[in-house]
Design a protein around this ligand. Structure first.
Ligand code: CTP
Ligand code: CA
Length: 226
């Protein structure tokens, strides 16, 4: 009986998740991207659906199957991810931004392949919109959760992002830890919420981490009904 109850932890909840990298085009054959594989975001989407939530997954280009029962929206660039996150944001209960969004994109893009010329090439880049920060500004009833990929001073940087983006919680990934972060099937994270709770989740499969994160989020929602 207890099992039945826990397997429907998110029943009736609407969850929006972003996952994967973005691609910022420079010409028809080249783009800027990062090492994200989408595994953490897809594990979150799969787990949320299993726990009874209605799940929308906005995904950058990844090599992963859509989890069962999940509504998937594919995007390529940071600008497209921003548009789709805004489209699907209203009415959600929990929003988790695990995507690795490019911070910069080329100022100029070319319709024809660039030919090589001099020995050195400088590409001018401009900032993309901080999607999570915009979602923080537009927050209504959503419990908004960000991710932070850090290599040093992880708690301090995580706290700063939690506050500056108006988040309810942040999941900090120390990407220097063996078996955590990009492309790994396992992860080790720190969960911080806006009330100052700090939970260290030991290394485990991304599926198990996802499950624990939803348990923590659910506790926060109970403590602080929105
Ligand atoms: N994020 C976003 N839009 C961007 C950049 C980041 O929504 N243009 C989100 C990520 O999805 C993540 C969170 O912001 O949930 C933190 O991303 P991270 O790269 O760790 O932090 P930044 O704020 O980009 O700062 P920096 O890269 O300088 O550490
Ligand atoms: Ca960044």
């Amino acid at each position: 009986e207890k099992d039945m109850e826990s397997s429907y932890l998110l029943k009736g909840k609407k969850v929006l998740i972003s996952a994967g990298p973005t691609r910022e085009k420079i010409d028809p054959v080249r783009f800027f991207t990062n090492h994200s594989t989408g595994k953490m975001g897809f594990a979150l989407a799969e787990e949320a659906a299993r726990l009874g939530a209605e799940v929308t997954l906005v995904s950058g280009p990844v090599q992963l199957e859509t989890p069962r029962g999940v509504y998937r929206v594919n995007v390529t660039s940071a600008a497209e991810m921003y548009d789709q996150m805004l489209v699907h944001y209203p009415g959600k209960d929990i929003v988790i931004k695990s995507a690795a969004v490019a911070d910069y994109r080329p100022v100029q893009t070319f319709d024809k392949k660039l030919k090589k010329q001099k020995d050195q090439l400088a590409v001018e880049m401009e900032r993309t919109t901080d999607i999570l920060k915009e979602l923080g500004n537009k927050k209504d009833k959503q419990y908004l959760v960000g991710f932070a990929a850090e290599t040093n001073d992880v708690i301090d940087y995580g706290k700063t992002k939690l506050v500056s983006k108006n988040l309810d919680a942040i999941v900090i990934n120390d990407v220097t830890v063996e078996g955590a972060g990009f492309a790994s099937d396992t992860n080790q994270v720190i969960y911080l919420n806006s009330r100052g709770i700090e939970k260290h989740l030991a290394i485990a499969s991304k599926k198990n981490i996802a499950r624990k994160l939803f348990e923590l989020i659910n506790e926060d929602l109970k403590d602080e009904p929105k």
